[in-house]
Design a protein around this ligand. Structure first.
Ligand code: SF4
Ligand code: SF4
Length: 145
């Protein structure tokens, strides 16, 4: 008979709503005016980037913060290639260049927003642990007399 005592019960993880109306992601997916609202992208994307409601004729703005980006090219569900109208464009989000600093890089910031909301490490390939400093101090200031 095992005498092992059970470990502490971990709290249940509950997804919190995003504090941002349009969450910032590492990648952007843009849909051009060539879109014919065929719904293929919504069908193929397993991450729910292309939201589409039954009673809406046009797809909604892509939830590109959920997009896994260029690694999706290796799969059989890469929406950019599968769109019959070639209406989709995938890019690294240019806003990343304006965010963060050496320790708290843009990827660290985005990853921590996602982890705070979901309780899980990000699905998207984001550096969420040490940033560019190798994990040292956040910041150090010297006051010289
Ligand atoms: S697959 Fe292309 S044409 Fe069809 S809804 Fe998506 S973006 Fe529009
Ligand atoms: S590139 Fe992949 S993950 Fe991103 S929206 Fe398209 S199918 Fe979804």
């Amino acid at each position: 008979m095992s005498t092992k005592t059970p470990g502490p019960r971990l709290p249940e993880v509950v997804q919190a709503p995003s504090r941002f109306r349009n969450a910032i992601g590492k990648f952007t997916i843009r849909r051009s005016s060539r879109c014919q609202s065929c719904g293929v992208c919504a069908e193929v994307c397993p991450y729910g980037v292309h939201t589409r409601y039954d009673n809406y004729s046009m797809p909604l703005r892509p939830r590109d913060d959920l997009c896994i980006g260029f690694e999706c090219r290796q799969t059989d569900h890469f929406c950019v290639d599968l769109c019959p109208e070639k209406a989709l464009t995938l890019r690294l989000n240019p806003i990343l260049e304006t965010m963060g600093d050496y320790r708290w890089t843009p990827e660290m910031l985005i990853a921590h927003w996602q982890m705070a909301e979901t309780g899980n490490v990000p699905v998207v390939d984001l550096d969420y642990s040490i940033g560019n400093s190798g994990g040292g101090f956040d910041k150090m200031r010297f006051k010289t007399p």
